[in-house]
Design a protein around this ligand. Structure first.
Ligand code: NAD
Length: 466
């Protein structure tokens, strides 16, 4: 009998459903189907593939209520944030569709001005863009529509077949995405789900795939890179972060505090680009803390199906002990607990929004990815001190600087190795800009033109008329 995956509602701890998982044999069979179908899909006119994706776009909007309810049920994401996520996908689709033809277009780069070889015609050089083939899309649970869609939408548009492994913590949403894409006209053998946990993901990597596009933790990303290395295939890794923000002495403090509280706690802090540590110049520290605390206290914690809820449960039970351990470690080393720091005494994996001050870099809360509703705020005496602390991480996803002087902020951001740099904003992703990480935050980029062409490989044509 096949193993099953138990889907649990993080808000109630009730079992929602049990689903059979893929094993090596079913993964191999799915791979073979995708391989057999891919060339036919790539041979279709781009307009036909675009038509399917635009139908998917319509269905997302039409069915947003049911899709958001499902996402909330299995991840605990507050329903308003679930709707926001789904309704932001059409904007990304628009970008991909608008630029697909441009990225795919063949290019004639040279034509010999006169015949160089007697008896032969002139030489022409051209570049054609070809899909990679059959790719693996191994996804995370925290934003299944975003992180999945950043991969499978451009990958399909460019003519690839996709073996899509949703996270085991967002499997029902993954299933809904698969159904919607099939209903939109994407052939069953071109977009195929692989259901299960890391074991199913590892079985997928045993197949002779042509690329792997992974979103998840640094620890798993390393395993993916090791499994993919002997295959010499395109390997893209979007991993975690320990994203810093610095509030300069010249910042508009109230706006910075409100923006950073949202950046730290949106989606319960379970965003790859969540603000994970905050440094505040001593001159504005008290004012900052006052507004920050008032903002955090205004966040409604509770039932994620309530449209007014801002903070639901965390999506994975083991995260509760990681959060509790980071808080305990910080308190043991001298931090001050301003609010939160404990589980709610009710069913569900609720952790109260937690603000720690008097923190320093000996504490895990300032060093390791928290991925939950806990933030450390550290006072600094100068820009130089802030830069040194912001640099003190192996991660490099995003960094934010708040201040009125653009040159100063940009100067600080230039000293940090991150894929995204924010001035007076944070926790922000744009389809027009590449989404990438440095160091332990990953390899390669999604979104932007780079995030479309990554699903292609160039072919050089040397054509001499006979
Ligand atoms: P995870 O690493 O636990 O799992 C990610 C996926 O990998 C899941 O589908 C899982 O089943 C699969 N997997 C696990 N072991 C595997 C193996 N050995 N071989 C193949 N597949 C395997 O991560 P998660 O808990 O789902 O996501 C949270 C992490 O993702 C955080 O670190 C977060 O920062 C990161 N993240 C990064 C981005 C980004 O864009 N940089 C976006 C979202 C999340």
């Amino acid at each position: 009998m096949a193993d099953v995956l138990s889907i649990i509602n993080p808000a109630t701890e009730a079992l929602i459903q049990e689903i059979p998982v893929d094993d090596r044999a079913t993964v191999a069979e799915k791979y073979a189907r995708a391989r057999a179908a891919q060339l036919g899909w790539a041979a279709l006119p781009l307009a036909d593939r675009i038509k399917c994706i635009l139908r998917f776009r319509e269905l997302l909007i039409e069915r947003v209520d049911a899709l958001a309810a499902l996402l909330t049920a299995e991840t605990g994401k507050p329903i308003t944030q679930a709707r926001n996520e789904i309704l932001a996908v059409p904007g990304r689709i628009d970008f991909f569709v608008e630029h697909a033809a441009q990225v795919l277009a063949p290019e004639r780069v040279y034509a010999e001005p006169a015949v160089a070889l007697p008896g032969m015609g002139v030489l022409e050089e051209a570049i054609a863009q070809e899909p990679l083939g059959v790719i693996a899309n191994i996804s995370a649970w925290n934003y299944p529509y975003f992180v999945g869609g950043n991969v499978f939408i451009p990958a399909l548009l460019m003519g690839n077949a996709v073996l899509y492994k949703p996270s085991e913590f967002a499997t029902l949403t993954g299933g809904a995405i698969v159904s919607l894409l099939h209903e939109s006209g994407i052939p069953q053998n071109i977009f195929i789900p692989i259901i299960g946990s890391g074991l199913s993901g590892a079985a997928l990597l045993e197949q002779p795939i042509d690329g792997v596009f992974f979103t998840g933790s640094y620890a798993t990303g390393q395993k993916i890179a090791i499994a993919a290395a002997p295959k010499l295939i395109r390997t893209q890794l979007e991993l975690g972060g320990k994203d810093p923000a610095y509030v300069c002495a010249d910042a508009k403090v109230a706006a910075a505090a409100a923006g950073l509280a949202d950046g730290a706690f949106y989606n319960n802090g379970q965003s790859c680009c969540a603000v994970e540590r905050i440094y505040v110049h001593i001159d504005v520290y008290d004012e900052f803390l006052e507004v920050f605390m008032a903002t955090v206290k205004s966040f409604k914690l509770g039932d994620p199906t309530d449209p007014d809820t801002y903070l639901g449960p965390v999506s994975r039970k083991p995260q509760l002990s990681i959060l509790a351990d980071q808080v305990a470690d910080a308190l043991a080393k001298g931090a001050t607990l301003r609010c939160g720091g404990e589980r709610l005494n009710r069913p569900g994996w609720y952790f109260t929004p937690t603000v720690l001050t008097e923190v320093n870099h000996t504490m895990t809360v300032m060093q390791e990815e928290t991925f939950g509703p806990v933030i450390g705020i550290q006072r600094v005496a100068s820009d130089e001190e802030a830069v040194a602390l912001m640099q003190d991480t192996p991660y490099g996803l995003t960094a934010a600087v708040y201040g009125t002087d653009r040159e100063r902020a940009v100067g600080i951001l230039h000293q940090l190795k991150t894929g995204s740099a924010y001035w007076n904003c944070c926790d922000r992703v744009s389809p027009r800009l590449p989404w990438s990480g440095r160091g332990h935050s990953g390899l390669g980029a999604t979104l932007s033109l780079a995030g479309i062409s990554t699903f292609l490989q160039p072919r050089a044509w040397h054509l001499r008329a006979g």
